[in-house]
Design a protein around this ligand. Structure first.
Ligand code: COA
Ligand code: ADP
Length: 591
């Protein structure tokens, strides 16, 4: 629970970072060139919004806790205010990423919601929201973190281009970079689901002890309800707030879950929600819910939302607004679900199992900043999250401000930092030749197959998997720990390389690496190698206008490597200086 909290907090912490300079005023609204440095722009700090709420009895559910529907509504309002601070015009909720509720909130407690834009794309932007409750002793506890996508719209409900937006601090930069990666995950979400379903095999047979459990027909959990959209449910253009729809969905899904569980339940998480189309004041919103899947202690309820208008005496077209999936937990053993009672029950049951797998993959991988077993088996359903984890670990490491500069040598700086007992190191080299551009360095360094040409520590490298996206690939590399360890067993790494070009002028190139277990990993010579694992490593390549390219390599030490790092730190050896000089020479020679 806390691992994911740590991860997500680090992801959205740019919303709470103190501003370095006074807010910029946006003078030109209709900007077309975001790469132009001569224009004013807004920063994450300019979009920051804080909301504080004291929990009253009207906010509670029947168990005496803050209703999750109410919380979802506040999250959406708070995020919308941040989005509109950037856009300077109305914004609508397009999507909400998976949400986890980490703790309950009780009457009289105070919660704070801090929101801010992490990144603006063209017409859409990512907003991060952090919800914490304040304890009596002044400490704060995380309740949930959310990432929402908003689109700026005009009076006719059409999307419009956003004004320029730029990060200032290094932590804002990390959020900015990762927002692009999370966007990829969102856009690929339905495809990921389809891929998983295609490869799904039903192995979910009840076990012997299940025979004693009561069976509930899926159809018995069906709920239908209608709501009329009133002015208080909408913004001043008459568009229904996404948070209002979410509150209604949470309400109906909990009725369905209670019908199934016949006991106390609590909302644990919500799958990614996508608002397919708008609804307005006067619309009728029809919500239908049903339990799709249940395990011993958890229930997935699906909700379908449709809207129609019956102005002028005619029932207008029925529009599918969205579909969402809510996961409830119970401390009691739940009944068995018989999904076959509804027409689509078996299919939905099957899809719910696939969603449960995606949820587990996502939560496990995204929270595994550092876990005992680092390598995760890479497959088609978790590749999106592994890529995101890969890039987020490196961006997060690079954005830390507590790096200690431990040695300087001919444009090469060695720095270290410690976190939770792990020593990380960074080697930064400013290239002496201005002929090596950041783009050229990126092309060379992102291809580990040519690394042997410049890195004396590399013994061999082979590509293991087919490309799993344009910018990601798995390689097996054999490395020496140091220059003179020929007697040692060699170190074998199976690494996912994720490389990204900057989307805007002035940003950095990133090449992130982390250990994975590949489906194509058939090493029969295991006895002659140490299988090594690395949670976070990679290059960040940057070039300021008129300046030489700077290459920074980040890595965490492992027991084999640490002696070489500490020797360099102490000045006994110059391993990194040698390696990086060879790299520079190769970069120049290969122009
Ligand atoms: N995740 C993240 N971003 C997504 C996305 C997804 N799954 N699908 C689309 N987008 C992005 C697009 O990339 C585009 O962003 P960009 O311009 O920054 O590149 C933006 O969202 C618009 O997408 P597009 O498909 O071109 O939009 P559209 O013109 O068809 O409609 C809306 C966009 C927002 C006007 C329309 O979807 C809508 O009205 N949705 C309902 C919003 C609403 O009313 N919400 C409140 C609850 S009812
Ligand atoms: P799908 O049926 O493919 O799951 P939908 O978007 O139609 O996708 O529905 C989403 C979820 O809403 C379903 O999984 C189901 O749980 C619930 N649902 C859909 N239709 C109904 C209905 N007629 N009555 C009750 N619940 C429904």
């Amino acid at each position: 629970m806390f691992a994911i909290a740590y991860y997500v907090v680090s992801m959205i912490r740019c919303t709470t970072v103190k501003k370095e300079t006074a807010p910029n005023q946006v003078k030109r609204r209709e900007m077309t060139d975001f790469t132009n440095y001569n224009v004013d722009f807004k920063t994450p700090e300019d979009t920051k919004v804080e909301m504080c709420k004291i929990i009253q009895s009207t906010h509670l559910n029947k168990y005496g806790h803050l209703s999750s529907g109410q919380l979802l509504k506040w999250v959406d309002i708070s995020a919308c205010l941040a989005a509109e601070k950037l856009a300077g015009r109305p914004c609508v909720t397009l999507s909400v990423d998976d949400l986890y509720f980490e703790d309950k909130v009780h009457v009289g407690e105070i919660i704070s919601l801090v929101s801010g834009v992490n990144r603006a794309f063209n017409t859409s932007m990512e907003v991060g929201v952090e919800v914490k409750k304040e304890n009596d002793d002044g400490t704060r506890k995380l309740i949930c973190c959310a990432f929402l996508t908003f689109v700026a719209i005009n009076g006719a409900g059409k999307k419009v281009k956003l004004p320029p937006f730029q990060f200032k601090s290094s932590s804002e930069k990390a959020c900015f970079t990762l927002a692009e990666e999370r966007r990829r995950v969102r856009i690929a979400h339905s495809k990921t689901m389809k891929v998983l379903l295609d490869s799904y095999e039903d192995s979910n047979h009840p076990c012997a002890s299940d025979i004693r459990r009561k069976v509930v027909k899926g159809l018995c959990t069906r709920v239908e309800s209608v709501e009329l959209v009133l002015p208080q449910h909408a913004n001043h253009h008459g568009n229904t707030f996404g948070g209002q729809i979410m509150e209604w969905m949470e309400g109906i899904s909990s009725i369905s879950a209670v019908r199934f569980a016949k006991g106390a339940i609590a909302l644990r998480s919500v799958d990614m929600i996508h608002f397919r189309g708008p609804s307005q004041v006067g619309d009728r919103i029809v919500l239908r819910a049903l339990v799709n899947h249940a395990t011993r202690n958890s229930i997935e309820v699906g909700v379908r939302v449709e809207a129609y208008n019956c102005e002028n005496g005619n029932m207008g077209e029925i529009r599918h607004i969205n579909s969402a999936f809510f996961i409830f937990e119970s401390t009691l053993t739940l009944p068995l679900l018989d999904p076959t009672g509804t027409e689509d029950g078996t299919r939905r049951h099957r899809e719910a199992i696939a969603r449960a797998k995606i949820r587990l993959d996502r939560r496990y991988i995204l929270s595994s900043q550092r876990v005992e077993k680092l390598s995760v088996k890479l497959n088609r359903s978790n590749v999106m999250y592994l890529r995101l984890n890969n890039l987020s670990c490196l961006s997060d490491l690079a954005s830390k401000s507590d790096w200690k500069n431990v040695s300087n040598d001919e444009n090469l700086t060695l720095s270290t930092r410690e976190q939770n007992g792990v020593l990380f190191f960074k080697v930064s080299k400013k290239l002496s030749s201005s002929r090596v551009t950041d783009f050229h360095a990126f092309n060379i360094l992102s291809n580990p197959l040519v690394r042997k040409n410049w890195d004396p520590l590399m013994i061999s490298c082979e590509k293991l998997s087919k490309d799993i996206g344009e910018d990601d690939c798995v390689f097996r590399t054999m490395m020496r720990s140091g220059m003179n360890d020929d007697d040692d067993k060699k170190n074998e790494f199976i690494l996912l390389y994720s490389h990204r070009k900057p989307t805007r002028k002035g940003d950095s190139y990133i090449i992130a690496m982390r250990s994975v277990v590949s489906e194509d990993d058939h090493n029969k010579d295991g006895d002659n190698y140490n299988r090594m694992e690395v949670a976070c490593a990679g290059f960040i390549i940057h070039q300021d206008p008129g300046q030489n390219t700077e290459i920074s390599y980040y890595n965490e030490t492992n027991p084999k490597m640490v002696r070489y790092v500490t020797s360099d730190v102490a000045g006994f050896s110059k391993l990194y200086s040698v390696v990086y000089s060879k790299m520079e020479k190769y970069l120049i020679d290969s122009i």
